[in-house]
Design a protein around this ligand. Structure first.
Ligand code: PLP
Length: 437
């Protein structure tokens, strides 16, 4: 018999690091075995938007588990799945008519890629096999999603396995990449020209979709699309008959102060949108793909020949849908997006006023990154994130493409908790700078 190795048998993210056990959670805090509280300054990875131990979500999960935990989606639907889809579509001002429910953001991205392909297939446009996405984007860890994304560390070992159907153009990062004297509009036109060149190179009738994060998250840290960028992408896609996909797994579901990030960024809706993380606030693993009436129509027309060639065992999971439904209703009924905007502004002001070695505070709502003024040989962010955890706050470390950490606290955060978070962060930065002399 194999001896039990206890908790160490978990295939942890790192084999060299010791992980504290989270034994509880209340509000914005995660509680350790000794009762020590850690302020969840990034909601994990922008997930726990209602904080921890929320009684309404717990009750919804328990109720649904008692009623009906799981019935396979090939045979049955469930009330929470139907109600969740109805709620999200009705809150989208007509942008979306259907919701596909899955379990992770990566699965949602994989499905978005396949839906786009099948949309064209159903219309007889079978040559549309290419996708345009962006350098330094992150769309998930499965092979298709990793192919679409461009996270340097996460891709490196897998490059030979990745799909050659994905073609990357520059990210939209005006504060960094805008040229001396260049206005935002001209910068956007420069990026549009790059897209046009890519369409031309690939053959514009071979492009199935363009996929972007409206606010870059994990790789570049809280970089919102420049003014007019999403609108120009919409025009570009319409001109070339390609679909537009927004990956809002991280920046969506209220994180920047509107339910969909694109609503804060010019109001231009995509054809397909991926959502996850804040959808179920971390109480259950759940993600989704929202599609427009145009996509629905193509699937209906082509349905007899091509049903959606996909399907996952836990698709439309009743308990996950019940958790997400309760989460989204709570956000709406308690008007938590107002708090996201107000607390987000406070977070930005406090960070700008107090952080040493600051290059930039960027982002919107409760999705803000701090980038340090450092050289690539002595980055600060990783050490600061570790020090923060020791000092009682968790913040999210961005990719090595930037020396930055991301703040994405729960939407329920109070003024005092914002101040505590910033104080711990600033103290941690000072400690690291002092230790380095
Ligand atoms: N898309 C974006 C924009 C993300 O930030 C992430 C995760 O960070 C994903 C997709 C993948 O989501 P998951 O980790 O749930 O698979």
């Amino acid at each position: 018999m194999v001896a039990s190795t206890g908790p160490t048998a978990i295939f942890h993210r790192s084999f060299t690091k010791n992980y504290d056990t989270a034994v509880g959670g209340k509000g914005v805090y995660i509680i350790g075995p000794d009762g020590r509280k850690t302020l969840d300054g990034s909601s994990g990875a922008a997930v726990s938007c209602l904080g921890h131990g929320h009684p309404v979500i717990i009750e919804a999960i328990v109720q649904q588990a008692r009623t009906m935990a799981y019935a396979h989606s090939s045979f049955f639907t469930s009330s929470p799945a139907e109600e969740l889809a109805h709620l999200l579509c009705s809150l989208s001002n007509g942008a979306f008519t259907k919701l596909l429910v899955l379990s992770s953001g990566s699965e949602a991205v994989e499905s978005a890629i396949k839906i786009a392909r099948q949309y064209h297939f159903a219309r007889g446009d079978k040559q549309r096999v290419n996708y345009i996405s962006r350098e330094f984007s992150y769309h998930g860890n499965s092979i298709g999603a990793l192919s679409a994304g461009h996270h340097p560390q996460r891709r490196e070992a897998f490059v030979p396995l990745l799909s050659s159907a994905f073609h990357h153009v520059s990210p939209c990062f005006f504060s960094r990449d805008g040229r001396e004297g260049e206005v935002e509009e001209a910068y956007v036109e420069r990026l549009v020209a790059e897209y046009e060149a890519m369409f031309e190179k690939l053959g514009s009738d071979t492009v199935a979709a363009v996929m972007v994060e409206p606010v870059s998250g994990a790789t570049l840290g809280g970089v919102p699309a420049a003014a007019g960028y999403l609108r120009r992408l919409r025009q570009l896609c319409d001109k070339h008959g390609s679909l537009l996909i927004f990956d809002e797994v991280m920046c969506g579901m209220g994180r920047i102060g509107t339910l969909h990030a694109w609503q804060s960024l010019g109001g231009v809706a995509p054809d397909i949108e991926t959502i996850g993380k804040g959808l179920g606030a971390g109480y259950q693993p759940i993600s989704g793909v929202l599609v427009s009436g145009k996509i629905e129509e193509a699937f209906r027309q082509g349905q007899s020949k091509t049903p959606f060639l996909s399907g996952h065992t836990y698709q439309d999971h009743s308990i996950a849908c019940a958790a997400a439904l309760a989460t989204q209703r709570t956000i709406r009924d308690k008007d938590l997006l107002t708090n996201v905007r107000v607390m987000g502004n406070r977070l930005e002001e406090r960070l700008k006023a107090t952080v040493p070695m600051l290059k930039e505070v960027r982002g919107l709502g409760l999705f803000r990154a701090v980038e340090f003024k450092t050289t690539s040989t002595s980055p600060l962010a990783a050490d600061v994130a570790t020090a923060c955890l020791t000092n009682g706050a968790a913040v999210y470390l961005c990719s090595s493409a930037v020396d930055a950490v991301l703040f994405a606290p729960p939407y329920i955060i109070s003024e005092q908790e914002i101040d505590d978070l910033v104080d711990i962060f600033v103290e941690s930065v000072k400690q690291i700078l002092e230790a380095r002399g």
